[in-house]
Ligand binder design. Sequence first.
Ligand SMILES: Nc1ncnc2c1ncn2[C@@H]1O[C@H](COP(=O)(O)OP(=O)(O)O)[C@@H](O)[C@H]1O
Ligand SMILES: [Mg+2]
Length: 318
Amino acid sequence: MQIAFQTAANIEDKTNADYNLNNPEKTINPLLQGLYRRGIKKVFHYNLSDLVKDGVLIADGYDINLNAIGKDGKLDFSYSPSKRALNDFDIIFARGDDVNKKTKEKALQIDSLEDTVLINSGYATLSTRDKFEIPKRFSQYPELIPQTICVSKEEDLKEAWGTINTDYVVLKGRYGSSGKEVERFPRTKEGYTQAKDYFKEMGELVAQEFLPEISQGDVRINIFDGEILGGSKRIPGDTWITNISNGGKMRPVELSSEIIKNAKIAASLYPETRFQGLDITYDSGKFIETNAFPASIGHMNVLYGAHNEETILNKLIK
Ligand SMILES: Nc1ncnc2c1ncn2[C@@H]1O[C@H](COP(=O)(O)OP(=O)(O)O)[C@@H](O)[C@H]1O
Ligand SMILES: [Mg+2]
């Protein structure tokens, strides 16, 4: 079995590799652990930027040898530079962490591989990163998302201030992630002036009604092929947003039937995204976004003492 990982991790930088590739609280390490347990001790890793098309798709990356696994789940690994044709791989696990406006075309290249299973495809990675997709995907279920307006020009922003009637309007960069491009502005004249500056700085945005219930947290639900692997609640830390990277805290939660129902609908609206991490508000079950190849498998493993990667790998590796 030939397995590759396409992520933004920098394997030559130990701190970065420890954090992005070998952290049991994220997702790549649990998958590597699962592969190791199956006797797969060699994988290939490359960055999206290292991809070239020379008849076939070739990546300039690293062979990783998994030598041993510690009690803490960390893998002892060594690596060496290597150049590989991607059509040699049975499975490519592709994270979207280096996909953005500039790398869009490149991200789609792996989708031309005919015999390789992609978790997830380049298209899935893009569609879940692109917040303009949200109102399109939910066109039959507008009640399941916050009111959303795509902002490509100043008039769109004006429309948002005219039609959204919550105290704040949330603005998010179209391709933002980890809460880095999420701000809320008071729906006042002053707030509008600030929002215009934000638009000038950021470019395309989505504008959304602000859901005050976010103070009660939201629920991250990991899904593979429509099956729920697990869920946990995220409570805001020092800020009003729940992203773990912004100080949000994960807590165990029992999923209500309403949340399960909404999560399944939401997952089905992104059918190309086999492995996703959905964020749904805790109180009313409104969809915030879905993330392809989410980092939360490891979080939930630690929270519940689980091995969620097993469900995924059991389906992929017979
Ligand atoms: N409309 C909203 N109302 C209230 N809180 C929101 C809203 N949209 C997002 N949030 C909060 O901000 C966080 C980040 O927003 P999200 O759309 O997930 O962007 P990112 O891709 O940066 O994670 C969410 O997890 C949630 O806590
Ligand atoms: Mg998010």
